[in-house]
Design a protein around this ligand. Sequence first.
Ligand SMILES: *Cc1c(COP(=O)(O)O)cnc(C)c1O
Length: 387
Amino acid sequence: MYNRKDYVSDHEWTRFLDFSKDLETPNIVINLNTIKMNFVKLKNSFPYAKIFYAIKANPGEPVLKMLAEMGSSFDIASRYELDMIKKFVDDPSRLSYGNTIKKSKDIKYFYDNGVRLFATDSKDDLKNIAEYAPGSKVYVRILVENSDTADWPLSRKFGCHPDMAYDLLVLAKELGLNPWGISFHVGSQQRDIGAWNDAIAKAKYLFNSLEEEEEIRLQMIDMGGGFPASYIETTNDLSVYASEITRFLTEDFGDDLPEIILEPGRSLVGDSGILTSEVILAARKNNTALTRWIYIDAGKFNGLVETLDECIKYPLITTKDGDKEGEVIIAGPTCDSMDVMYETTKYRLPITLKQGDKIYWLSTGAYTSTYASVAFNGFPPIKTYYM
Ligand SMILES: *Cc1c(COP(=O)(O)O)cnc(C)c1O
């Protein structure tokens, strides 16, 4: 159904099959080399930007260690992520607390660990930062509405209206903080590059008005994540994102760009993973049904949560590829009727597919291994291996 070569080269596929042949399923194999190449490509595409990897996309230790050694900085969402990354990063100026939802005691924990860069989008959070992380740099996350073109939207819950961002940055200064910049996230797997243009224009407006009216000179724009991984729906190449976004920035800011931060998650690690699942059963619900149900040993609760609402559509490869195909519904192993990955999306898989066959889920390096339940129905968390 999908051309595997569009996603994984022959060489890497052979290496993967060899590496994974004796592993129990379900499992995820992460190819560190892919992440390394993605990081280099992103750096070269945005030579003026600092990269803060969004740890939540894949917090595997080998991933964090490698990115830390390659010079990445890190966007952190909780004290637990901070504890994980502290092992690999000594310099706290490479860390930011990017979650706008945080307890005071966690703000203090970050401050005590030397972190001085905090995101916010509300007054009470800002006051907490002023109290527990005095003098720190704060940047305000603004709302951007482009959810219909992002496959995994992140709007609504995070960010505030630009008018409120203005007030918060004024208040930040009054509270003795350093009003540092603006952030946004245009939505994960954002296919419409124009989304960055709207957001950058809002940031520019805030830069100008705060300088003119309040003598607050902002220094930084954090452009979030949103860059794509390779799923079924096609996207532009990262180089197109880079040239367009760079053009948007220079149209608004000329040659005098503020400090630019990127917080990639999915685009760095998504393509690095292959989730191997085994078919438990292939079944029909009546004798003449044309659609078969394919039940596998991975599901929404152990690795495939981003199939919620069938948002992310992974390319699938099976051990029966080449045989005649028919329409299938693909479901997980638990006793929850929500544990169905694809029903509306009409996947077609070989009609010969049966118990014991393998289905490989390509591009499953982001938001899979830890974005999962612990032991629902007794199933253990999916195991991750690194090659
Ligand atoms: C999740 C997240 C990211 C990463 O987004 P991707 O679309 O996966 O690149 C970046 N920044 C923040 C604040 C996030 O919450």
